[in-house]
Design a protein around this ligand. Sequence first.
Ligand SMILES: NC(=O)c1ccc[n+]([C@@H]2O[C@H](COP(=O)([O-])OP(=O)(O)OC[C@H]3O[C@@H](n4cnc5c(N)ncnc54)[C@H](OP(=O)(O)O)[C@@H]3O)[C@@H](O)[C@H]2O)c1
Length: 263
Amino acid sequence: MKNLTALITGASEGLGKSFAIECAQLGFNLVLVSLPETGLEFLANYLRRNFGVQVFCMETDLTRNNSDVEIFKLLETNKLRVNVLINNAGIGNWSWFEEKDPDFYRAQIELNVTNTVLLTRSFLSHIDKSEPSYILNVGSLGGHFVVPKKQVYGATKSFIGYFTRCLQLELKSTNVRVSLLSPGGINTKSELLVMNKNLKGFAKATILEADFVAKVAIQGMMKGKKEIIPGFANRLLLTVDKVIPSFWKEILMRRNLKTILSV
Ligand SMILES: NC(=O)c1ccc[n+]([C@@H]2O[C@H](COP(=O)([O-])OP(=O)(O)OC[C@H]3O[C@@H](n4cnc5c(N)ncnc54)[C@H](OP(=O)(O)O)[C@@H]3O)[C@@H](O)[C@H]2O)c1
């Protein structure tokens, strides 16, 4: 794809890495952001060698104050312009509320919410809004549901959904397309793989591979889709959720997640 340069956060592994590979395959130049010492340069070299795209790496902790401003300053210093922003970095968890300490929740909210908002703010100042540009915010299907053990995480993703829908309205008259990605479970980290293996039936069918999610997401983003929900089972789940009464939802939720909730 000509003239597109994507800034991807959390790019060294998981879904972020799949986004980087998918974008490189489509010919996007890349600005990859990850925490320090995550081996990002190895990925960058692989992408340069195999897809002939330009890749610029930045290593920073996105929960630090001003990291959003520093990223865009560094882009200016290096005379780089981006026109695609993929807000992917996020901290997930699966734990009872009191099992995590306050610092965990502080970092989770900083990364999932504050950083997404502020990077988006800086991105909008950086681009020419009359030129085609794209924002892809990674939310979660969990942001649509009330799921035990995902209390703060789910709330941060609900925030991302609301934030994205408002931006879609505000930027309607520009050439900036804003999409919300709401994936179900993705096989990324090893602990998720173990957890997802215990799922059965319909719950299992909602789990997808990162490369597939990234492909569907980038296709949707390029088409300017408002919300992208990869996988038939996940779209069905959301449709059913809208029509069934809440007491049924609770029964279904308990039955499907019984194995995991008891962990
Ligand atoms: N996996 C799932 O089941 C699932 C389902 C729905 C939505 N999602 C969302 O999809 C996105 C990617 O999830 P994932 O499972 O691939 O990844 P993940 O392993 O949970 O973490 C996402 C990435 O965030 C980055 N990160 C974490 N702390 C950071 C910090 N302080 N500063 C900068 N970056 C930081 C890390 O990237 P680097 O290592 O590159 O720094 C990490 O790879 C997240 O927003 C997640 O909430 C995931």
